[in-house]
Ligand binder design. Structure first.
Ligand SMILES: [Zn+2]
Length: 131
């Protein structure tokens, strides 16, 4: 069994970028590529074993649900994520490098933030079976 890990919401970035970061970490943990695949894996019970070792707080689940429409567009492998402009809060899908200036809105001078996978530090090592 896997070590217990805790999903950490990145701070200081727009809510959509936080949601995408969380989702990418959950995708990796559940060994799926996309939001739809995750839903399928949860429904069929395949992901339960993986996800039981990841602590997801209710507010994190809520944040992902609020942005589910966009989260359906991102992918874990190969990586397709969102870059969110902190000024106008518009977003674009990115597969590689992020534009240095906002391309989502005419005249916006914001610098888009790329959502990368949230951290999942180990909070409890699984003890090996006692003798
Ligand atoms: Zn902008």
């Amino acid at each position: 069994m896997a070590d217990f890990r805790e999903l950490q919401t990145p701070t200081g970035i727009p809510a959509l970028a936080q949601a995408a970061s969380l989702a990418l970490a959950v995708f990796e943990h559940a060994r799926v590529t996309s939001w739809d695949e995750l839903g399928e894996a949860v429904r069929s019970g395949v992901a339960q074993a993986c996800l039981s070792s990841l602590v997801i707080e209710p507010d994190q689940a809520e944040l992902m649900n609020q942005h589910a429409a966009v989260l359906r567009l991102i992918r874990h492998k190969p990586l397709v994520t969102v870059a969110v402009c902190p000024k106008c809060e518009r977003w674009v899908l990115v597969a590689g490098s992020v534009p240095t200036s906002c391309k989502a809105r005419w005249g916006c001078d914001g610098s888009p933030v790329k959502a990368s996978k949230a951290k999942r530090p180990v909070i409890e090592k699984t003890k090996s079976a006692s003798p």
